[in-house]
Ligand binder design. Structure first.
Ligand code: NAP
Length: 281
C-alpha cells in the first residue's frame, strides 16, 4: 500500500474549531503521515496544540510532525507581505523534508479557519466604512493572500508534470450566513459570502491542477465564539434561539463538526467549489 502523507496548514489553530480540526485530522483522515503548519497569533497556544497532536498520535500508526508559525495577526494587513512567506516557508520545509525522506507529501490542504464576528450589536446602517475595511482586511483580504501564496508554493514544489498524483485542497470555514441573511450579521455574512465565492472561482481556475475547494459551514458550535454571539447579538429573536440551544445542549460539539469535515475530505466526493453545512446529509 502506498503512503499517504498530508501537509495540512490551519489558520487559528491554537484553540476553538481550528484546534478541533487538527485533532480530527489525525484520528479520521486515514493519512499515514501528517505534517502540520499551525498558524495564528498565539505562539505558545499553537505549540501546545502541536505537542498534544504528537502525544495523541504516539502509539498509533499515524506519524505526526509539524511547525508552528506564531505571531501572525491576519488583521495586520501591513505585515501580510512578511507573514505569508513565513507560512509558505514552513510548508516548503516540510515538503522538502518529505521528498528527502522518500515519504513524499501526497496531498496539501489549506484550512482557512481564523475568523471574527464583527460587531453584532449593530445593524448595517450603523456600520462605518472604517469598520468594514478593518473587518474585510482580516476575513477576506488575508484569505485571498493565503490562498494565492498556498497555491503558488504548492505548485512550485510539486509541478504537475513531475507529480501528477499530488492533490491540493483549499477549505474555507464558512457559515449558514454565507447563503442566508439574518439581521445584525452584515459584515460577517458579506465576508463569508465573499469567501465562498472566491473558493468557487478557484475551483474552476485550478481544476486542471488537481485542486479542489470546499466551503464548510460547521453549524452553531458550543464554543467561545458562540458565547460571544450570545453576549453581543442585537437581535432578540435570534438571541432566544441561541440561548435556548445553549441551555438545552443542542449546540454542535466542535469535535462532531470537525469529524464531519475531515470525513468529507477523506471521501473526496464533494463537488469542488460548493458549500456544505454540518446539518446536510
Ligand atoms: N463558533 C461558531 O458557532 C461558528 C459557526 C459557524 C462558523 N464559524 C467559523 O469557524 C471559524 C473558527 O471559529 P471558532 O468558532 O473556533 O472561533 P473562536 O473560538 O473565536 O476562534 C477563532 C480563531 O481565530 C483566531 N484569530 C482571531 N483573530 C485573528 C487574527 N487577527 N489573526 C489570526 N488569527 C486570529 C483566534 O486566535 P486567537 O486565540 O489569537 O484569538 C482563534 O484561533 C471562524 O471562521 C468562524 O467564523 C464558527
Amino acid at each position: 500500500m502506498s503512503l499517504s502523507h498530508h501537509l495540512v496548514i490551519i489558520t487559528g489553530a491554537n484553540r476553538g474549531f481550528g484546534a478541533s480540526v487538527a485533532h480530527s485530522y489525525v484520528t479520521h483522515s486515514g493519512a499515514n503521515a501528517i505534517s502540520f503548519v499551525l498558524v495564528g497569533r498565539n505562539q505558545k497556544g499553537l505549540e501546545e496544540v502541536l505537542s498534544q497532536l504528537q502525544h495523541n498520535a504516539s502509539g498509533s500508526n499515524v506519524e505526526v510532525k509539524g511547525l508552528v508559525v506564531g505571531d501572525v495577526d491576519l488583521a495586520d494587513i501591513e505585515k501580510l507581505d512578511s507573514n505569508l512567506p513565513r507560512i509558505q516557508a514552513a510548508a516548503t520545509e516540510l515538503r522538502q523534508e518529505s521528498i528527502q525522506a522518500k515519504k513524499i507529501v501526497t496531498k496539501s490542504v489549506l484550512v482557512n479557519n481564523a475568523g471574527s464576528l464583527g460587531n453584532l450589536s449593530k445593524t448595517a446602517k450603523d456600520v462605518t466604512w472604517q469598520e468594514a475595511r478593518t473587518y474585510f482586511d482580516f476575513n477576506v483580504v488575508s484569505l485571498v493572500g493565503l490562498c494565492s501564496a498556498f497555491l503558488k508554493s504548492t505548485q512550485a514544489t510539486f509541478p504537475k508534470e513531475q507529480y501528477p498524483d499530488h492533490k491540493t485542497v483549499v477549505v474555507n470555514i464558512s457559515s449558514l450566513l454565507a447563503v442566508q441573511a439574518f439581521s445584525n450579521w452584515s459584515l460577517y455574512a458579506a465576508g463569508k459570502a465573499a469567501r465562498d465565492r472566491l473558493l468557487g472561482v478557484i475551483a474552476l481556475e485550478e481544476k486542471a491542477n488537481n485542486v479542489k475547494t470546499l466551503n464548510y459551514a460547521p453549524g452553531p458550535l458550543d464554543n467561545d465564539m458562540q458565547a460571544d454571539v450570545r453576549r453581543t447579538l442585537g437581535d432578540k429573536e435570534q438571541l432566544e434561539i441561541y440561548d435556548g440551544m445553549h441551555k438545552n445542549g443542542s449546540l454542535v460539539k466542535m469535535d462532531d463538526s470537525s469529524r464531519k469535515l475531515v470525513m468529507l475530505l477523506k471521501k473526496d466526493e464533494f463537488a469542488s467549489g460548493g458549500h456544505i453545512d454540518f446539518y446536510d446529509e
